[in-house]
Design a protein around this ligand. Structure first.
Ligand SMILES: N[C@@H](CCC(=O)N[C@@H](CS)C(=O)NCC(=O)O)C(=O)O
Length: 225
């Protein structure tokens, strides 16, 4: 069974959370089959998709491998852990417990505390129920990107664990989450000042094919430049 027969990834070209899963699979040399869920058309809220993920969000991953559960996996961070456990090399987490906790903490700052605030469902709620216009939504996005990335900068620039990447000299889940925020900021044409270490790590990530190939601009359905 090829990896594209085994893994079905519910995705959309632009999304930060799906980008994380794409990078992780790329680092492991595994190619899932992607199944497009058009977020602009609201397909994530369709009856069919809500059966896959009642949260109405991607990614969702189905493992069709022999003996695997047909239950879709959701939430990018647990999916990254699943991929790392299923394909241990190269490891996406450090060997020591403290290092793993640090990487998971850096990853959560972005995937749990930053990204969910700028998702389409939050935009829909604020613009339809709370009187947000385009300018208010943009100010909201800038505020939360800035809050998350400047806090990350503070940690990366002061903690001894930081190396070429967020933790040491090989990419981990923390780098995947860092890059997942920067790639969508670029789509929204937002720049956060005062994050030189974050941007240095991003540049290191982009040297790697696994990250470059996952860039939203290179996915099926992305607008032509
Ligand atoms: N915490 C979730 C977030 C998933 C999420 O919000 N995904 C976005 C795309 S990046 C989505 O599908 N949003 C649909 C919506 O907000 O309506 C994860 O990390 O997987």
């Amino acid at each position: 069974m090829t990896s594209s027969d085994r893994f079905e990834l519910f995705s959309f070209w632009r999304t930060s959370a799906t980008y994380r899963v794409r990078v992780a699979f790329n680092l492991k040399g595994v190619a899932p089959k992607e199944h497009n869920v058009d977020l602009d058309a609201g397909e994530q809220r369709s009856e069919a998709f809500l059966k896959i993920n009642p949260m109405g969000a991607i990614p969702a991953l189905v493992d069709h491998g022999p003996g695997q559960s047909p239950t879709p996996l959701t939430q990018s961070l647990p999916i990254l852990e699943f991929i790392d456990e299923s394909f241990p090399t190269p490891a996406l987490l450090p060997a020591d417990a403290h290092g793993r906790a640090r990487v998971r903490s850096l990853a959560a700052m972005l995937a749990a505390d930053t990204h969910p605030l700028i998702t389409p469902r939050v935009k829909k709620y604020l613009t339809t129920t709370n009187g947000f216009d385009d300018a208010a939504w943009r100010a909201w996005q800038i505020h939360w990107f800035t809050t998350g990335l400047q806090a990350l900068e503070q940690r990366l620039s002061s903690e001894p664990g930081t190396g070429t990447f967020c933790h040491g000299d090989t990419p981990t889940m923390a780098d995947i989450c860092l890059a997942s925020i920067i790639v969508v900021m670029r789509i929204f044409k937002i720049e956060v000042p005062g994050i030189p270490t974050v941007m240095r790590v991003m540049a290191a990530c982009e040297q790697l094919d696994a990250f470059a190939a996952a860039d939203p601009s290179r996915q099926a359905g992305a607008p032509q430049a």
